[in-house]
Design a protein. Structure first.
Length: 294
């Protein structure tokens, strides 16, 4: 009896967390899935009585050109951000290993501070930095001799707005990935690097033959997490550009919100959200399966 009671106790301890996670994560997703198969608009939101319409919402999305344009834009957005995040965070992690203790602590503190900055606050700061008349970025570029940036309006051009958002998201994401990779680098035995140097291995050879294989699973984990985080990124885009100009920064989460909020097509917005989940699952399933096996 005592052994059985002890074995049941851990499950009892985690039960509140599991229940809270199920209520906050699983229930909304299931509710969105149900709505995506219904005719659910403003009238149904107020008086209820949504009717089941099967796959009509999905057929409308998949048969329209706009949805596929948003999917392609989301893919480009995710690839550009994740590649920059992984490359920059790897460089920062390698730098941290080589810094002296005091300087390393200062850099790590700065990374942690950037990581801890609230998303909306950081986005607002970037709005100020890239402001057309009083922004620091325009002032600095003009000071360096780029007179074409005098009064340049970053958020009136789709490519420029996209670039600003990439800088913002990369800046917010690099600290987590860099600190995680640094922690992984500290677990690699120094004897492996010493043996490689004795054998005449260059810095690049040591990195690709020792560091990358030893941290392959950690790199896979970081890539998976960053793909999820970047693909579902919403607050930065909505606060900075609301998906504009001319839908140049409208990704799938923003598109789902705009469809539901502007058109009051809650059924269509839910279908976009569910297709986003499916796309992410398909994109990451092989990587996650490989990680679990390893």
């Amino acid at each position: 009896m005592r052994a059985g009671r002890r074995s049941f106790w851990p499950f009892l301890l985690i039960a509140p967390t599991v229940a809270g996670g199920a209520f906050l994560l699983i229930y909304p997703m299931l509710k969105a899935a149900v709505i995506s198969f219904q005719h659910f608009r403003m009238g149904e939101l107020i008086r209820g009585g949504a009717t089941f319409i099967g796959l009509e919402n999905y057929a409308e999305l998949l048969g329209g050109e706009e949805f596929w344009q948003v999917v392609w834009r989301t893919v480009v957005w995710t690839v550009v951000n994740v590649v920059l995040i992984v490359v920059l965070s790897t460089g920062v992690a390698l730098m941290l290993v080589r810094l002296r203790r005091g300087l390393r602590l200062a850099v790590m503190s700065a990374l942690a501070l950037a990581w801890a900055t609230p998303v909306i606050a950081a986005t607002t700061i970037f709005q100020w930095l890239f402001q057309s008349e009083l922004g620091v970025v325009n002032w600095l570029l003009v000071t360096l001799g780029f007179d074409s940036f005098q009064g340049y309006t970053w958020f009136a051009d789709g490519t420029a707005t996209f670039a600003v958002l990439v800088i913002l998201v990369v800046w917010q994401s690099v600290p987590f990935a860099a600190l995680t990779l640094y922690a992984g680098l500290t677990t690699i035995p120094a004897e492996l690097y010493e043996s490689a140097r004795i054998d005449g291995g260059s810095g690049g050879q040591v990195f690709w033959k020792i560091t990358v294989p030893m941290l392959r699973q950690l790199f896979a984990l970081i890539v998976s997490l960053e793909v999820i985080w970047v693909a579902k990124c919403f607050p930065q885009i909505w606060v900075l550009s609301q998906g504009g100009p001319d839908d140049a920064t409208t990704t799938l989460p923003v598109y789902a919100f705009k469809v539901a909020r502007v058109l009051h097509r809650y059924d269509l917005g839910s279908a976009v959200a569910m297709l986003t989940v499916v796309i992410l699952a398909v994109a990451l399933v092989s990587n996650l399966r490989r990680m679990v096996r390893s």
